[in-house]
Structures are given as C-alpha cells and as structure tokens.
Design a protein around this ligand. Structure first.
Ligand SMILES: [Zn+2]
Length: 500
C-alpha cells in the first residue's frame, strides 16, 4: 500500500441518497438536513459513523475533529450549507481498488484481508481485524453510492435502486469497472480536540484542527473552458456526472483540481446561452467588441435587476434583438473564431477583469449615425436614443473612430408599413426613398451641424425626450468606447463634455 493521502470527493447526491437518508434518520436534530442540502456537521457525523473513523483512526478522532478538518479543507465557515449537488472534500486516506465484476459480498471478503499498516507490525494489521463484515459492506455500498450517481443510470427505471442500496445488485452494464477505496490507516497527532456532542458545536476553533493533510487530489467535476474561450471538448463530452458547474482554466488536463480552476457563477446551459447571445450581438471579429458587448449587457443587468446573476435574464429579454433561435446554448463543438471570442469575453466579465466600457450599458451600430433625428425605418421621429435620453454626447475622438467604421455616404434600410414615402415627413428631413428602401445620408445632419459641437468639436445634443409617463427625460448618455462597428453608451445625469 502506497499510503498516499487523498481526499474523498463527496456529494450528497440528492435528497433520496444514502447519505441524505442517513442524515434524516440518524440526526433528528433540528436543521441538519436543509431543503437543498445539509450542514457540515451532519455530513461529518455521517462520514464519521458510516466510514467507521473512530475504529480506524482511534477514539480521539471524533466527528467534531472531522468537522474541523472539513471546514478547514474546504474553506467553509461553520454554518456553511452544502447543497445536494455540491462536491466537498473529505480528508480520508484511502487506496483505490478496481473491480470489473463481482458482488458486494465478494468485495467485502477481499477488503477484510486488506492490509492497513504498511510499515508497522501490529496485532491488528488487516481491515477485517478492525471492522466487521457488515461494517465493511456498508462502507463499500456508501463509497459506491458517493462515487456513482445511481439516479442517472437506468437503475431507477429498472427499479434496481433499492437493490443497489441493499448491496444486492451492481450495475456493470454502464461502467467498465467499479472503483472502491480501501481506507489507509495513518496516525493522527492527537493534540487538543473539541468534544463530541449531539449538536453542532457552538464555536469551532479552527486552530484545533489536528490533521493537516497534504492534498494530492482535490478533483472537481463539471465543465471546463480555457480562458482563451476554447472548451475542454474531450472532458466536457465525456463528463456524465450531475454537476452543472462551469470552470475556467489556463491549461487542459486529464482531470482538474481546485487549484487548477475557477468556478463561474453560471451553470453549463446558462453559461453557453450567454455566450451564444453575445456571439450573435457582435458584428466584427474584434475582441474588444466582444468584451464590450459582454460588459455592457452585464452592467445593464446589474443596474436593472440589482443582481449580477440576472445577466442571462436580460439577454433573453427584448434588450437583445438576437433571433430567438440563437438564445440557446452555444455548442462546445462550435470552433469558429467568434465562438471562442464570445466564450472568452463572457469568462473575462465573470472573472471581473477590467471593464473596457467604463460602465456602459448600451450600444449602437450604424443606424444611430445614419438616422440621427430623421424618421427611423419604424416611423419614429429620431433614432431610439434621441427619443429616450435628455442629451447625447460623444467626444470628438470617439466620434471620429465611430464614423470611420461607417465610411459610406449613404445607408439603405427597408421601408416598414409605418414608414413609406407617403408618410408625412418634416421639411428638414434629408433622406430619400428608392423603391422599398429608405436612403439615409451618413452621417445624419444632426451630427454635421456645427451648432451641436463645442470648441473641442465634441458632439452634444439636447433632446426633448419624454419618459413613458410624459415627464421629461432626466438622464443623458455619453459615449465611452468605440469597438467593432459599435459605439457604447454609459447613462449619466450630467454633461461631461465642455459647454463652450
Ligand atoms: Zn421617409
């Protein structure tokens, strides 16, 4: 036996799992099994008893000691609630054994003979000397259950679930092999430990943790993406577990540990849907446009819903004009430059990197420049921003870079029922109609009018925009960035350009 120290990946696996049932049954104490999971103390108790820690590691290894180790190892506070699908680390030495066929009875016989001390001759040198066959069998069934999500197999359909739990049935159909773990006995330096009690300890002193395991494997499960935007396709495709977590990484590996990756706050499908919408909002292959579209929409979500996790909700709303068919998860197999740019930008924002938009919440393409104060293709007087905001300002520099993206002198848009040549136009309008097209001069007159420029040639225009309730609009917008073909807007209350 190698004696390597591994940590055990533990998941409650839903409210019907062995662990959850054990906790509900054995720990009747109020508040141990929460609606969505359990507190660490209940989990410690379960692990401690089912895995016979006291018999394996000595009577001083109480469930409170384990509790302290778990919260330290996982960086939790003592009141942390572990959700059903979360994976936490359990400090537990073991050595892996793989089986290709067999029954729990046979495995139990094998494990009874498992040597437990490598270098110390002792009277108790086999697992069977410390634990009864029933205890070993129960431990093995629990390990099996923790490592395999029985709910995702055909087991439930075939009603094999209860048989598995009783240890009478093993499904080898879906798994080439079964991995079990033989506990490896080590000596715990027993200093001061907190007393065991029925209730979770009121105060847990972290420094009383007596074991500081060297973590060799702290594997995390879920879906992985390089910060460059490339998915770990092989891993993501193969992964069949229940975790929906998304992680970003710097390099592709066979498996990932906590130190390799950062968890992102969206689940697999939600993350990929955000990526797809961002991708289709962008019109160029300019990385800055992707970052800016991602950031501006993220900023808007935070303002609108006061909750940054509502980013997806906003993008799925009319805020994004992307076709509904693209408001779906971006397939990991999509390998185009823009697919990676979109994923990269979304990760960039979720990791709270520099906001290149300086707090922008909206953006416009060429229609803003071409329509200006003319009647828009939908029959409204003025492009949307002129109807919504009290003032619009664009610094000379940003105006010039934006204008350079739209170099043609005219742009054509299709007529709508509300805007044909028969519409009553105001005399100052300069656009013309050509067949079913509206031909706008670009830039629109409002931008070339010297009255709308200050001494630095910054654009500033005061509108008479009204809110929906008829009151005057009080906020303006200022351009903060030009990226791709778009200009990005931040909502402001006061003018930032010079008035002269
Ligand atoms: Zn017209």
């Amino acid at each position: 036996m190698s004696g390597e120290f591994y940590c055990f990946n533990f998941s409650l696996r839903g409210p019907d799992s062995l662990a959850s049932k054990w906790i509900s049954e054995k720990r009747k104490t109020k508040g141990t099994l929460k609606e969505n999971g359990a507190n660490i103390y209940a989990i410690s108790d379960y692990i401690h008893e089912v895995f016979c820690f006291e018999k394996l590691y000595g009577t001083e290894h109480t469930s409170n000691v384990l509790f302290n180790q778990i919260i330290k190892l996982n960086n939790f506070d003592k009141d942390h609630i572990v959700l059903f699908e979360d994976i936490i680390l359990i400090p537990f030495t073991f050595s892996m054994r793989s089986y290709e066929s067999g029954s729990f009875k046979e495995f139990t016989n094998d494990f009874e003979q498992e040597p437990i001390y490598e270098d110390k001759p002792a009277s108790k040198s086999k697992l069977g000397d410390l634990l009864s066959a029933t205890e070993i069998k129960e431990m093995l069934i629990n390990i099996y259950h923790i490592n395999y999500d029985l709910r995702s197999d055909v087991n439930i359909k075939d009603k094999k679930y209860d048989e598995i739990i009783k240890g009478e049935y093993l499904n080898f159909k879906d798994k080439a092999k079964l991995d079990l773990f033989a506990p490896y006995i080590f000596e715990i330096p027993t200093q001061k430990v907190v007393n065991s009690s029925e209730e979770a300890p009121v105060e847990v002193l972290m420094e009383e943790t007596t074991v500081q395991p060297e973590i060799v494997n702290t594997a995390v499960e879920g879906y992985f993406y390089l910060r460059t935007g490339k998915p770990d396709r092989e891993y993501n495709k193969k992964y069949k577990g229940t975790s929906k977590n998304v992680y970003c990484i710097d390099e592709i590996k066979k498996s990932y540990t906590q130190s390799d990756c950062v968890k992102l706050p969206y689940t697999y499908n939600d993350f990929r849907t955000i990526c797809n919408i961002v991708k289709h909002e962008c019109t160029s292959s300019d990385e800055d446009e992707f970052k800016a579209v991602a950031y501006a929409s993220y900023n808007r979500a935070k303002t609108k819903y006061a909750n940054e996790k509502s980013w997806l909700k906003l993008l799925k709303s009319s805020y994004s004009s992307v076709n509904e068919i693209y408001k779906t998860p971006l397939d990991d197999e999509e390998k185009g430059a823009n697919d990676n740019l979109a994923r990269r930008a979304v990760i960039y924002v979720l990791e709270a990197k520099e906001d290149i938009t300086d707090g922008a919440e909206y953006w416009d393409g060429g229609d803003f420049l071409a329509v200006g104060m003319e009647t828009d293709p939908g029959g409204n007087k003025g492009q949307g921003k002129f109807r919504e905001y009290k003032f619009i300002e664009i610094s000379n520099t940003l105006y010039n870079s934006y204008k350079a993206k739209w170099p043609n002198s005219t742009y054509k848009y299709k007529e709508s029922k509300k805007h044909t040549k028969d519409l009553t136009h105001t005399p100052s309008e300069t656009h013309t109609h050509d067949g079913d097209r509206i031909v706008y001069n670009c830039p629109a007159e409002v931008f070339t009018d010297k009255n709308n420029r200050n001494k630095n040639d910054d654009f500033y225009y005061l509108t008479d925009a009204k809110n929906k309730d008829g009151t005057k609009a009080t906020k303006g917008i200022t351009a903060t960035l030009c990226a791709g073909d778009s200009i990005f807007w931040k909502v402001v209350t006061t003018r930032t350009t010079s008035e002269d």
